[in-house]
Design a protein around this ligand. Structure first.
Ligand SMILES: [Zn+2]
Length: 445
């Protein structure tokens, strides 16, 4: 099933040509890398001390069977390499000097650095993944620190991705747990897309949906085996993460892979949460708490009967844009407030639009509620699985209080123009009471 999915995604996606996954594939990585990237230039392997041991040396040996290999760039293993533009320029300079094609051997940071360096030189590159830590391997764009702020710079996805389940199974447990957290986001993130589709804001793209969603439930079903490093359990997680990245290529946007849960993570990242830890707090760990928060929100949302909503009362209570803008500015400061105002304006509708949105959900509620319930895992179940995988299960695990998470809810709603359940709840007049319920009950006890 996955082979067929990969093939269909690759045929539709514009950037990645080949995804080579399986047990033991790192030792023969040279074959697919050379087939896709060609052999008229040498290969430059970029790794750090850990990923060099995990797969880099084997990848170099394999590449030597097919073409020239420049002296590899191996960064220190400690402290953890940071995705800063300075490092990108170093790699770019080495690629230019050696006239080589880049091969990243590593996870998030090394991949992002080689991706951006290659993209800026206008040349393709390949990546050999070493940990099932996030879904960015097969995605485009690179989050990068530039002059002290984090921005996502545009650059194409890798032309070829090689991922060996045995290498992923031997990676540090916390990295796998991070990938498990990132993949769990596809549950509430998918639910947000179902709602955006239902109100006519952003229709579901069937192929992008199938790529990202078809294997997620199964991929999240073996947290203990993943934590125990059983290579057979890694197929689902690795493929799920790669298919998620591929779905973003197919859709040419991040909607298939992220909803409101990711905005919690982005907002905490803007606050530098855990940035001073060694290694820094991972994307997937922040996303795990955002995912739990959104799962709790959905659980309470689904306890209410939307078909019984008094739509005319909701329309009467609907704030004018000026009132809404004042609320955004009361919850966010500085440049974030400006962003929030701009993004929220894009999804704001007047009374007529609101009536239509609420009517389309209310009129279709039983079927919609059933679909949302099937999309989500119960909070308690998800929390247990995250714990078994070694991921955070409560705000304190990532250095936050429940109140910090609570205060993030309105910001997550205003942060992006993307329509989520937070918007629908606000439009129904339920937002504040639902957020209260998420923190009054037993969720975070
Ligand atoms: Zn993510």
């Amino acid at each position: 099933m996955n082979e067929d999915l990969f093939a269909r995604g690759l045929a539709k996606g514009s950037q990645t040509k080949v995804i080579n996954v399986g047990r033991g594939v790192a030792a023969s990585a040279g074959k697919s890398l050379s087939e896709v990237l060609g052999v008229d230039k040498p290969f430059l392997v970029v790794a750090d001390e850990h990923t060099w041991k995990a797969a880099g040396a084997a990848v170099c040996r394999s590449l030597q069977e097919y073409g020239q290999v420049a002296e590899p760039m191996i960064y220190p293993g400690y402290p953890a390499l940071y995705a800063s533009y300075d490092h990108c320029e170093e790699i770019k300079a080495r690629l230019a000097k050696t006239g080589a094609t880049g091969v990243a051997v590593g996870s998030g940071t090394i991949n992002d650095l080689v991706k951006l360096a290659s993209g800026e030189l206008g040349q393709p590159y390949g990546v050999v993944g070493t940990a099932a830590s996030m879904d960015g391997y097969s995605g485009f764009g690179a989050p990068m620190g530039v002059g002290g702020v984090k921005v996502t710079l545009p650059c194409p996805a890798p032309a070829v991705v090689v991922f060996d389940y045995d290498v992923a199974a031997a990676a540090p447990r916390s990295m796998t747990a991070s990938g498990f957290g990132d993949l769990s986001a596809k549950l509430p993130g998918g639910a947000d897309w179902i709602l955006a589709d239902a109100v006519g804001v952003e229709p579901i793209d069937p192929l992008a949906w199938e790529l990202v969603q078809s294997g997620v439930q199964e991929a999240l079903s073996q947290p203990a085996a993943l934590a125990a490093g059983d290579p057979d359990a890694y197929e689902g997680l690795v493929n799920g993460l790669l298919l998620s990245g591929l779905s973003m290529q197919v859709y040419e946007g991040t909607r298939p892979a992220s909803g409101a849960e990711h905005y919690f993570s982005h907002l905490w990242e803007l606050d530098h949460l855990g940035a001073d830890l060694e290694p820094p707090l991972s994307h997937g760990f922040k996303v795990a708490i955002g995912t739990l928060a959104m799962t709790a929100f959905y659980e309470r949302f689904l306890e209410r009967d939307f078909s019984a909503l008094d739509i005319e009362a909701a329309v009467r209570a609907w704030p004018s844009w000026e009132e809404l803008e004042a609320d955004i500015r009361s919850k966010m400061d500085g440049p974030l407030a400006e962003k929030g105002v701009k993004e929220t304006a894009e999804k704001y509708v007047g009374a007529e639009g609101l009536r239509a949105r609420l009517g389309s959900v209310a009129g279709n509620w039983p079927a919609l509620a059933k679909r949302l319930r099937a999309q989500l895992l119960p909070f308690a179940e998800l929390q247990e699985r995250l714990g078994l995988a070694g991921a955070p299960t409560k705000p304190e695990d990532i250095g936050l209080s429940a109140l910090d998470v609570k205060a993030t809810f309105p910001k997550a709603m205003y942060y992006r123009s993307r329509y989520t359940v937070l918007d629908l709840a606000r439009e129904a007049g339920w937002f504040d009471s639902l957020v209260d319920e998420v923190f009054e009950g037993s969720y975070w006890a």
